[in-house]
Design a protein around this ligand. Structure first.
Ligand SMILES: Cc1ncc(COP(=O)(O)O)c(C=O)c1O
Length: 367
């Protein structure tokens, strides 16, 4: 089976380097914080073109920490796309604030629609979360000017977009604060749960550090109610092994996406959205749409090509958000995308013959 993600192949390719990183941490016996975490934070901040990076236990906690550091609290409203992974909205709800859903584009990508933003504003709105879904950057200039005009904070949910560029600037440096997940299947994946947050604001970085480490000023002085959401040294050391490969992997993802797109774009009944040329996406997955999704996925799987659905339901269709009483008819693009999208492998470890097998198998289904 051609795997949807490259976790196994990455681990196999970098096994020796990873083992020596693990050995280094075991020898130091420094498992929480310390040199590996500090070095990873420095290296990832530099990679993103941000002044600060704080390692965090996972992407969801990075979003929570960002919201807490921005002062988001009970009664506040945070605007976010109706089509994303649930964690984007969960983080808002966990802070006691209200997720306010906005529909997505109908054409070039699956990100938040700028035209629909205005109608989501209220006197309680304090922030917008822009999700760079599938590795395609959201329209950050338009979002920045909307946030500036309305005095809102702008958070990037870059969990799927490590290495993507918006007008030649890396994601992670395009809003007030950016949140990353290093879940094993991500473009930069750890060997367990891990995440990070980047920002140019010293104040936000300081507040986040305090929050994720029990509100600790010194070992025994806890000056705010915080939590434990630290990145651990073993994960940091493994992320340091992989980070130098990330740009090369992103280029490979992009070449693979173009190859698949060119080979599949003629198929009637299949739709592939093409993002604006000002963007260099870091393609976490290859996404297309078809009315025949479920039978296509079964066909692919039974012919040795793994495929997935990200995501089969938009947030307005999830039971978790019933309490907000969202009206599905107000989010036609999100609901329609969720009913049709499917994901194909695009990872950097695909061989040429695997790319051909993917395109032949998809064609075999339609013709
Ligand atoms: C868009 C998005 N946001 C947030 C997260 C949460 O990250 P984590 O799984 O590391 O908590 C994910 C993870 O899949 C994601 O895809």
């Amino acid at each position: 089976m051609i795997p949807l993600f490259s976790v196994g192949r990455e681990t196999y390719a970098l096994k020796n380097e990873m083992l020596s990183a693990i050995e280094g941490v075991l020898d130091s016996s420094h498992f929480i914080g310390g040199k590996e975490v500090e070095k990873f934070e420095e290296e990832f901040a530099r990679y993103c073109g941000s002044r600060f990076c704080v390692g965090i236990s996972n992407g969801t906690e990075a979003l929570v920490a960002a919201l807490v550091a921005l002062g988001v609290k009970y009664g506040d409203e945070v605007i976010l796309p109706a089509f994303t992974f649930t964690a984007t909205a969960e983080a808002v709800a966990l802070c006691g604030a209200k997720p306010v859903f906005v529909d997505i584009h109908s054409d070039t990508d699956y990100n938040i629609s700028i035209d629909a933003l205005e109608s989501a504003l209220s006197k309680n709105t304090v922030a917008v979360i822009a999700v760079h879904l599938y590795g395609v950057p959201a329209e950050m200039e338009e979002l920045r000017s909307f946030c500036k005009k309305n005095s809102l904070a702008l958070i990037e949910d870059a969990a799927q977009a490590h290495g993507a560029l918006y007008k030649n600037k890396k994601v992670g440096s395009l809003g007030d604060v950016a949140c990353f997940s290093f879940y094993p299947t991500k473009n930069l994946g750890a060997c367990g749960d891990a995440g990070a947050l980047t920002t140019d604001s010293e104040e936000i970085a300081r507040k986040v550090r305090l929050f994720i480490n029990h509100g600790r000023k010194t070992h025994t002085e806890h000056i705010i109610v915080g939590t434990n959401a630290r990145l651990d040294a073993l994960q940091a050391s493994l992320l340091r092994v992989k980070l130098p490969y990330l740009d090369e992997w992103c280029q490979k993802r992009s070449a693979n996406w173009n190859y698949l797109k060119n080979a599949l774009s003629e198929i009637k009944g299949l739709r592939i959205r093409t993002p604006s040329p000002i963007l260099s996406p870091s393609w976490h997955i290859f996404v297309a749409e078809t009315e025949k999704r479920d039978s296509l996925i079964s066909y692919l799987k039974s012919n040795g090509v793994d495929a997935g659905v990200h995501y089969p339901l938009s947030l307005v269709e999830l039971d978790a958000y019933n309490y907000l009483k969202p009206r599905k008819e107000n989010f036609p693009e999100s609901v329609s995308a969720a009913a049709k999208v499917f994901s194909l492998p695009v990872h950097p470890f695909l061989t040429d013959s695997e790319l051909d097998k993917i395109t032949d198998t998809v064609r075999g289904f339609f013709y």
